[in-house]
Design a protein around this ligand. Structure first.
Ligand SMILES: [Zn+2]
Length: 111
C-alpha cells in the first residue's frame, strides 16, 4: 500500500487524467486569481475619457494570506494572464479528479 504509484495498477481514466496534468504542468503558466475589467478616467482634462469614453483596464485580484491584493495587467500581458488564470482552474479541476479517485481507494481500502 505504501510507496510510489504503480501506473500499471491505475485505470485507463486515471492514467489519462495524469497525463493531461503532466502535459499542462510542462507547457503552461499558472496564475491564481480573478480577472476584473474596469472602466475609468485617467485624469487628463483633454482626454477622450473626460468626454465619457472611459479607458478599460484589466485587473487581477488575488487573495493572499487572508487579504486581497490586485495588479493592473498591462495590455501586452492580457492574453498570457488570461491563459494562465484559465490553466490554473483547469489544473485545479484535474487534481481534484485524481484526489476523488484516491479518496475512493482509501474508503474502500483498495489499492
Ligand atoms: Zn483618459
Amino acid at each position: 500500500m505504501n510507496g510510489p504509484l504503480n501506473r500499471a495498477k491505475l485505470s485507463a481514466a486515471e492514467r489519462n487524467f495524469r497525463s493531461r496534468i503532466a502535459q499542462l504542468a510542462t507547457g503552461q503558466w499558472f496564475l491564481r486569481g480573478t480577472l476584473s475589467e474596469r472602466a475609468g478616467k485617467c485624469g487628463k482634462p483633454n482626454c477622450r475619457c473626460a468626454r465619457g469614453q472611459l479607458h478599460k483596464s484589466l485587473y487581477l485580484v488575488q487573495s493572499q494570506e487572508g487579504k486581497f491584493r490586485q495588479i493592473c495587467v498591462p495590455r501586452a500581458w492580457h492574453q498570457r494572464v488570461r491563459q494562465a488564470v484559465n490553466d490554473y482552474h483547469l489544473m485545479q479541476k484535474r487534481i481534484e479528479e485524481i484526489s476523488e479517485l484516491e479518496w475512493k481507494r482509501v474508503k474502500q481500502r483498495k489499492e
